[in-house]
Design a protein around this ligand. Structure first.
Ligand code: KIV
Length: 272
């Protein structure tokens, strides 16, 4: 399948109204982009999770705007316009000031080829998001569990448990909608809260670790494909493939065949 054109932002708003769920998957290079293209995924997200799943860091904090631009360009080449392409604004690319945020979001769009950016943060960043939207860059707000806040949260922990915490997240959602975000990503919250946010806000809500009642779902491609080491797979992930097992088996078979001179055979070689 090679579906063109990609859903636009107005298409996504219609999908919410028509209750047609939206699929979103992370991608970090042209190969991933091509997989998403063939599968007909709606939104490709160049997530700053690349710091963890590609670069091997323990958090997303070390990722830079230069790296986001580099990976976004690669994904764009693989996608060939088949999905809406979004990229994360990494840690410290928007926190210093709205001016910094506009400039760095602009780089991700202009140099990376993203059609919009995703930004973590609640009401404290509503003004920044509003300024970016006014600069003609679409913004997806990210609320709930905020990986860039890993140290103050004391780890990657479910957020919004209990009435008081849930109220804060609901108010964050409203503040971001007022700021003009075209969609919300809600991460790591109880499914009742995600359902409430989804019913209350007029923009599409994409969930991750937020239960079945949002307007769409996103997963990190390494988790979805079963590439992640089993001890690092969170409860909310369903691996749709045995990618890691198959890859390790193939590599082990290759090593054995090389060691026993079983590969290559003459039939796998050139003759005169
Ligand atoms: O960076 C990322 O991959 C994310 C996930 C929550 C989808 O934001």
């Amino acid at each position: 399948m090679n579906r063109l054109p990609a859903p636009t932002i107005p298409d996504l708003l219609r999908r919410k109204l028509e209750r047609r769920p939206i699929s979103m998957v992370t991608a970090y290079d042209a190969f991933h982009g091509s997989l998403l293209r063939e599968a007909g995924i709606d939104i490709a997200l160049v997530g700053d999770t690349l710091g963890m799943v590609v670069q091997g860091h323990e958090s997303t904090l070390p990722v830079t705007v230069d790296e986001m631009v580099y990976h976004t360009r690669m994904v764009a080449r693989g996608l060939k316009g088949s999905a809406l392409l979004l990229a994360d604004m990494p840690f410290l690319s928007y926190q210093p000031s709205p001016e910094t945020a506009i400039r760095e979001a602009g780089r991700i769009v202009k140099e990376g080829g993203a059609q919009g950016v995703k930004i973590e943060g609640g009401r404290d960043y509503a003004e920044t998001m509003k300024r970016i939207v006014s600069s003609m860059i679409p913004v997806m707000g990210h609320i709930g569990l905020l990986p860039q806040k890993v140290h103050s949260m004391g780890g990657f922990r479910v957020q919004g448990r209990g009435d008081a915490e849930a109220k804060v997240i609901l108010e964050d959602a409203r503040a971001l909608v007022d700021a003009g975000v075209f969609a919300l990503l809600v991460e790591g919250v109880p499914f009742d809260l995600a359902r409430r946010i989804t019913h209350e806000v007029p923009v599409p809500v994409i969930g991750i670790g937020a239960g079945p009642y949002t307007d769409g779902q996103v997963l990190v491609i390494h988790d979805l494909m079963g590439w992640t080491e089993s001890e690092r797979i969170p409860r909310f992930v369903r691996p749709f493939s045995r990618g890691r097992e198959d890859a390790v088996r193939a590599l082990t078979d290759f090593r054995r065949e090389v060691e026993t001179r079983g590969f290559p055979k003459e039939t796998e070689s050139y003759s005169d």
